[in-house]
Design a protein around this ligand. Structure first.
Ligand code: SF4
Length: 113
């Protein structure tokens, strides 16, 4: 855990609870350190709460109410193949309108509305 904490100041998992990182890594059958590296490369965990806000969801409330579901979505996001498009759509301000076209979490988000 100390190893992970070294990264939290400036990496893509900043703000993500270390225990959550460990659980996500277990779900993905990855070492926590590998997940940190992958997430850093992808920048994806930062995108999920941003996307949730874009479509009117409250990520903090959902994480508090449904931590297991939130962890599963974050794991999906951490390995998302659509990261580049997601970032581009965020920058264009179109992510929320087009989320169904590219986000592997779209159906889950829809169910949370
Ligand atoms: S498109 Fe991918 S990176 Fe963007 S919020 Fe959805 S799962 Fe995360």
């Amino acid at each position: 855990m100390r190893f992970l904490n070294k990264f939290f100041g400036d990496n893509a998992l900043a703000g993500v609870d270390g225990e959550l990182v460990d659980e996500m890594a277990r779900d993905l059958l990855m070492a926590p350190a590998d997940l940190v590296v992958a997430a850093h490369a992808a920048g994806a965990p930062e995108l999920m709460p941003e996307m949730m806000r874009e479509i009117g969801l409250d990520p903090e409330a959902i994480q508090a109410a449904m931590p297991g579901l939130y962890r599963d979505m974050a794991a999906t996001c951490a390995t998302c193949p659509s990261r580049d498009r997601c970032e581009a759509e965020m920058e264009m301000g179109t992510a929320g309108k087009r989320v169904d076209e590219f986000c592997p979490n779209a159906w889950t988000f829809e169910g949370l509305k």
